[in-house]
Design a protein around this ligand. Sequence first.
Ligand code: WTA
Length: 649
Amino acid sequence: MSKKIESHLSENRVFKPSREFSKKARISSMAQYRRMYRESIEKPASFWAREAKELHWQKRWKKVLDWNPPFAKWFTGARLNVAENCVDRHLTNGRKNKAAIIWEGEPGDQRVLTYHQLHQEVCRFANVLEANGVKAKDRVLIYMPMVPEAAIAMLACARIGAVHSVVFGGFSAESIVDRLEDSGATAVVTADGGYRRGKIVELKKSVDEALQKYKGVKRCIVYQRTGEKINMRRGRDVWWHKEAEKVSPSHTPKGFDSEHPLFILYTSGSTGKPKGILHSSGGYLVGSYTSCKYIFDMQDDDVYWCTADVGWITGHSYIVFGPLANGVTQVMYEGAPNHPDFGRFWNIIEKYGVTTFYTAPTAIRAFIKAGDKFPDRHDLSSLRLLGTVGEPINPEAWMWYYEKIGSKRCPIVDTWWQTETGSIMISPLPGCTPTKPGTATLPFFGVDAAILDEEGNECGPDEGGRLVIRKPWPSMLRTIYGDRSRYRKTYWNDFKGIYTAGDGARTDKDGNFWIVGRLDDVLNVSGHRLGTAEVESALVSHPDVAEAAVVGRPHEIKGQGVVAFVTLKEGVRAAKTTEKTLKGHVAKAIGAIARPDEIHLTPALPKTRSGKIMRRILKELVATGGVTGNITTLEDFSVVSNLQKNLKK
Ligand code: WTA
C-alpha cells in the first residue's frame, strides 16, 4: 500500500506577468529571482544583512544568525525600535505628509492619518501606556475593532518594548480568559464596541466578563468607537481619549535587543489549548518588510489594501508591520465585505484607487456566489496586483479573481505561510513568476522549502509529502510562549533540525509547490491518500457549486469514505440528479477513487469568524451525528443545527 499522499489534480494553464508590469517591478525576471534566491540560500548572512541595512538600527548586529536548532537568534547584539522603523523613519525620508492609513468605518465614516499624524498618535499612546504602569516585557492584550487605534496600540506597545497579544474581536469572553491566563497579561486595550454587518459588537462587555474570571489585569484602556453606554470600573478602566489628553505627542524610541519579544499571537493546534506563537523584533521586522517589498512589489504611489483583521497574523505582518515599515499608503476597513451588500469591497477599491488588493479565497468564493453584478458596477481599473492567503485557492476561484477583478491584467500572488512563519514563505514574485491557478509557486528568498516523505527523503515531482523548511529564516517563531517542549514537539520532531509545517504538498515538474492542505485533512481511501482540498476544488469547479467542504468518515471496506458538504450558487436549484452529477464530476476531475460516498447540499458551511471552514465539526457530525467539542469560534451556530437535522433525515 502506498504511503505517499497522492495528488490527482492537474492544472496546465500558465499566466505570465505582462511585459509592462515586469518592466516596472522590483524583480523583473526569473534570472534575477534565481540569482537572488541562490544567494539567499548559499550566503544568508550577506543577503539578510543587505536587506536589514535598509531599516534603522540603533546599534548594529554582531552576527546575522546564531542557530542552535531549534532555537534561532537573528541580528544578535543589535538594538532597534520596531515602531521607530514603521513610523519615525518616514518623517525624514520624504513621506512625512504622505497618507499612512486611509480608514473607512463600516457605517461609512472616513479618516486619513499621515505618517506625521500616525507618529503623534503612536507617541501619545506610548506615553499613555507608560503613565498607566505598562513596562517593557509586560504583556498587553489588545481586543479592538478594525480602527486605526488597533494599529496604534500595537505600535505603541512595540515602542515601549511591551509584548502585545491581539485577540480577534470575534472571539468570545472565554477565549479572552484563556489568552489572558496563558500570557499573564497585566493590561488590556479595547473599545466600547465596533461595527460588523450593521450591528454593534460589544467588545467591552466581553472584556468585562473575562476580567471577572481573570484578576491579573491592572489597567483596561478603552477607546470610544460607538459611544454606546458601557460599564467603566473605577480604578481599573480608563478612557483612551481622556488619557491621551494628559500626555505629550512626543516620545523617544528606546532601542531594544533584536531578540526582544515583539508579540504573542494565539493559534489553534491539534489539542484544544491554543498555542501562543512568540515572535521577536529584528528578524520579524526584516522578514515582514522584505516580503512586503518584493511580493507586493511595493512602490511609493501604491494604495495597498489587505482585508484581513489585525487579530490574525496576516493583519500583523501585512497591515501593521510590513506595509508601514515600507512607508506605503494603505486602506483599512472596519466592517464586513457584504455590508450593505457584496459591492462594498469593489466600492472601496474604486473610491480610493486601490492598486494592490490582498484577500482570502473564502471571500472570493463568497463573491462568486453573490454574482458578477456587484463587481460589474464598479471601476476596478486602478488595480495592478492581487493576492490571496489562508487556504489553497481552487483554480475556478483563481480564474474568476483573475478575469473578473483583475481584468486579466493583474498578476495574482497566492501566498503560502503561517502564523508560525511570521511572513510569506512560498509565493510568486509578481513581476517574474509564471503562475498557475492553484499553486503558491516558488519559495521566497531565504526559504529552503522541500517536500519529504515519512522517512525524510525528498519527494520527486508530483509525489505528495510533508512540507518542511530546512533552514532557519528571520521571521520564524522563536518558541511557543511558556512551552519550549511543545515548540520542539510540534514543529521539530519529524526530522532533525527541520521545521515541519503540518501541511501536505507536492511540487510539479517546474518546481511549483501545490499545497494540498493540513495533513490532518488528508484522507486515506482504500490505501490512497487524498487531499480533501483537491476533492473540494473539483467540486467547486462545477458551475453550479459555490463552496464545498470534504471530510472523511470511517468506512468498512475503504478505510475512509469521502463525505462532501456542498453549497450551490445563488439561484441554482437542486435537482434530483444534482448529487449524482456532482459525484460523477469529481470522479471525472480526479479519478474514481475520489468519488464522494455522500453529498449533502447545505445553504451554508460551518466557519470560524475568520472564514475558515471548520472541518473538525463536519468530521464529528458525519462520524457521530453530533458535536461535542469546543464550537465557540463558530461564526453562525444555526448552520450546525441545520446540518444535524439534515443528516438525520
Ligand atoms: C493554510 C495564515 C494553501 C495552510 C497566513 C497553513 C494556505 C495555514 C495558504 C496557516 C495558501 C495559508 N495556500 N494553504 N496560499 N496560506 N494556508 O496560521 O494550511 O492562519 O498551514 O496563517 O493556512 O494558517 P494561519
